[in-house]
Design a protein around this ligand. Structure first.
Ligand SMILES: [Zn+2]
Length: 85
């Protein structure tokens, strides 16, 4: 299912421009994820809001943090990874 992601640098862009980087869970939102980390492949299957990392691969090529509702794909907030709370 495609949806729009509000990139803090590029504005709203279609989801296929981005690569999913996993949910953040208990890590601080600004923490970078090891690409081989188990977190990327064994995410909690949350039904509701969660913080997630996304990479804008066909745009600004920067990491973002989103607060997304997995039931509706509604994105409540987005931050650059560097300025994420
Ligand atoms: Zn962007």
């Amino acid at each position: 299912m495609s949806f729009l992601i509000p990139c803090p640098h590029c504005g709203e862009r279609p989801q296929p421009e981005f690569a999913y980087g996993g949910n953040i869970g208990d890590d601080p939102p600004g923490t970078m994820l090891d690409p081989l980390s188990e977190d990327l492949y064994f995410n909690d299957n949350v039904a509701g809001e969660q913080f997630e990392r996304w990479f804008h691969r066909f745009g600004c090529e920067r990491w973002l943090v989103l607060r997304r509702d997995t039931r509706t794909n509604e994105i409540a907030e987005s931050w650059d990874r560097v300025t994420a709370p």
